[in-house]
Write a protein that binds this ligand. Structure first.
Ligand SMILES: CC(C)(COP(=O)(O)OP(=O)(O)OC[C@H]1O[C@@H](n2cnc3c(N)ncnc32)[C@H](O)[C@@H]1OP(=O)(O)O)[C@@H](O)C(=O)NCCC(=O)NCCS
Length: 223
């Protein structure tokens, strides 16, 4: 069976028409049999932001959450922060706080530890201002300071703490209760400190966070 992808175009009267309907035939291959159409309606993607046990996410009006990111329950997202496609933030057994100008990049997972009977006793996930949380990273019930770079696919677990300005390399693993002081570069599994963060890296951390805030403003208009 052939699957055809086609975009929807908004019409002046508010209705939507597809390029298929406009052309009246299979736009990819006019000789093909009728096929299954998968419509991509920019305006109709269902947002995945929803409450858990009556607690709704609180998202600052200047923050960006991609329509295909999932944000559930007790989650607070600060001004100019951004949550990119495929990211999952699940504030159910405890809470999640994201500071200002922090990017949670594509396919990150942020979850918490705790119990259903008393969510106040759990391990929340708290992420500071001007952080970059790289693609596919996993942050679970941990505390991340300010201007921290978490490399792509790194993982930080329950009650671990990462100090301000530190950098975790791609794929680095920080297990439960570990503490990384401020401005350290950490790589490997388990994560080990290899050096101090340079002045240039410290400066770049804020600039990069601001760049992402600017990028997010553009994406806010399209997805
Ligand atoms: C950790 C990091 C900052 C190190 O940068 P760097 O200082 O320029 O690194 P170098 O290439 O000079 O490597 C220094 C040493 O660390 C090792 N290393 C670097 N990154 C590593 C990683 N992710 N895991 C394991 N070892 C790593 C290098 O092999 C090298 O080892 P050696 O001294 O034994 O040869 C960088 O490699 C990194 O992982 N950045 C994260 C990028 C990212 O994911 N951004 C998020 C998306 S925007």
């Amino acid at each position: 069976m052939q699957v055809e992808y086609t975009a929807a175009h908004s019409q002046p009267d508010g209705s939507e028409r597809t390029s298929m309907q406009e052309l009246g035939h299979n736009a990819i291959n006019p000789l093909a049999e009728p096929c299954v159409k998968v419509f991509i309606h920019k305006t109709h993607i269902i947002s995945m932001i929803y409450p858990f046990e009556g607690v709704k996410p609180r998202i600052h009006e200047t923050a960006y959450v991609a329509k295909n990111a999932t944000v559930v329950g007790n989650v607070e997202i600060g001004a100019h922060s951004s949550i990119w496609p495929g990211a999952v933030l699940r504030g159910d057994l405890s809470f999640i706080t994201i500071g200002r100008y922090t990017s949670i990049q594509d396919n990150c997972v942020i979850h918490v530890e705790g119990s259903l009977s008393d969510p106040s006793t759990g391990s929340p996930a708290v992420i500071g201002n001007y952080c970059t949380i790289g693609h596919g990273a996993l942050l679970h019930g941990c505390i991340i300071g300010e201007r921290v770079l978490i490399g792509a696919h790194a993982a930080v677990f329950n009650n671990a703490r990462i100090g301000d300005g530190s950098i975790l390399g791609m794929g680095c693993v920080i297990s439960d209760n570990k503490e990384i002081p401020s401005r350290r570069v950490v790589v490997g599994i388990p994560g080990r400190i290899v050096r101090e963060v340079t002045e240039e890296e410290w400066t770049r951390s804020k600039a990069h966070a601001e760049l992402y805030a600017e990028l997010a403003e553009k994406y806010k208009k399209i997805l």
